[in-house]
Structure formats: C-alpha cells, structure tokens
Ligand binder design. Sequence first.
Ligand code: CO
Ligand code: ZN
Length: 326
Amino acid sequence: MNLGLLTQLTQAFGPSGYEDKVRALIQEHVAPWADELRTDPLGNLIAYHRGNGKGQKIVLAAHMDEIGVMVSHVDKEGYLRFTRIGGVYPLHCIGSRVRFADGTHGVIYLEHREDTSPSPKLTQLYIDVGATNKDDVPVSVGAPAVFVRPLVQQGERLISKALDDRIGCYILIELLQQVQDSPHDLYFLFSTQEEVGLRGARTAAFSINPDMAIAVDVTITGDTPKALPMAVTLGDGPAIKVQDSGMIAHPKVRQLLVDAARKAKVPYQLEVLRGGTTDAAAMQLTRAGIPSGALSIPCRYIHSPSEMVDSEDVANAIKLLAAALA
Ligand code: CO
Ligand code: ZN
C-alpha cells in the first residue's frame, strides 16, 4: 500500500465541479504509464492504454469528486449558511470542520433549538469561520468547501474523509502500472461530478464509446451494530456488483469479474445494494447501451467525514482487476 499517495489523494480539495487539484495530482501519477492523456470539457481525466488491436475497448471509471458544502448566505454577524454538494447529512455535520479552496477553515454548528427531539435540518446549521462581522468573512456566496479529516491507518483499516472515491482513484492509478501488457484498449476514466448525479461519466462514456464499462467505487457494509442486513463485510474481499438502485450489472461483466477473482485467487463478495449507485449506471445508458458493471470496495460510514475501508480489500481489488484485464 502506497500510503503517501493515498494521503495525497484523500486530502486533496475536490468537491463536485471543483476537481482540478485532484486531477492535477492524478495526472502526475498516471502520465508515465499512459499512452495518451486528455481532459475533456467537463473536466474528466482520461488516461489511455493502447492494446494490441485484438482486444476490447474497456472503460474503468473512478470519480475524483467528493461531497461537500457551498455557502448560500452570509449574515451581518459573519455566520455562513450553506447548501449540500452531494449526499451530506446534517447529523454528520455538527462539530465538523470544513475547508474552503483558499484555506479558510470553518466549524459547522447548530442553532439553538427548544425541541431537540427531531434530527436537525441542514437549514438549522451554520458555518463559523471566526469572523466578527460580514466584512471579515474571507469567502463569499458560491464558495465550496470540503470536510477536514486526516487519513489514519490502524491495523488493516484505513480511515479518512473522501475515501469515496479517492480509494477508487488510487486503485486505478496502481492498476494502470500493472496492465501494461493488456491486449485491450483501456480507458482509465477519472470522472467529475459523480456525487451530484453521475454527470462526468455520462459524457465521457459517450465520447469513448466503449464495448464495456466498469466503475470502481465504494459500497456500504452490513457489519456494524444494528446495520441494515447486507451481505457485505469489511475485509472479506472486493464486492462484485449484482444490482443497486441505479442499475442491474450486465451478466457478462459480472461474470468477467467473478472469473477474474477465481483466477487471481482473491476472496470476493456479491453486492446487492438497496440505495445508491455508481458511474456505471450512467455509462450503461449511454448511446445504444454499454454493458456495465462495478467492483466495489466495502466501506463503513460512507458520506460521513470518517469513511473506513480495509487495505486487504484494496489490494485484492487491484489483483482482481489486473486478472480481468490480462
Ligand atoms: Co459517494
Ligand atoms: Zn462514490
């Protein structure tokens, strides 16, 4: 595990629509291994590996963007109100810190409530940047921010903000180095704006027009106290998607991944996810339809500032995908 690279990836600033810093970082790491590199109009980064002319055209997608917040109003005392970028839950926010692009930090807190029984609404939260009045606030309406939380490794577990989906970006970077002999034309797609509606992958898949597409993203687990029953456990191997709320994985892609897991002798799980989806759902419905599937990294506490994955699952995902593309 290259912890230095994963630290850089998770700590980079990249809410949906503002992926520039993440893209620059990834570009630096994939440039030596890609036959071509381009950034498209929506900011997607596409690293191309040329095959031997006998293979298929395959997209591997991981999204660069992360969830965050955006300033919607500044009051005269200098407190900021905000809206969400992607799936941000009020309960995760209270006491959290956010960081703006210019380095300004803010604390999210909750206004006083007489009735504390219902869970708070986003409109009852505010960001305090330590200002004493409106003129003192260094950021303005429209400024995006991300949660602040460092990467920590504890045993096999990795904990950080933005593992959704910088862990997928990490896997694709490592994978590109390992598939230099692949017969296939491979398009490593580092997509934008997934968290706000799978937007980057939709247009990128249209322009690439592949034979097959595979998203690498995170999925929830059923192994925490009173979790919704789900047959995915942290550390039991990467999860091959069967279905989620946005798509039914194409049987051909699913089988390719299952066969690859057996060939590479890595453990795997089958994923049936009730809520949520990935870039694969958008790619599948591109043009006349593209056979699509997904490989998921089991992840606890998705869309909180402290997401948790297992480094063995990450290593096994890379092995599995390398076998699938060999
Ligand atoms: Co997400
Ligand atoms: Zn994701």
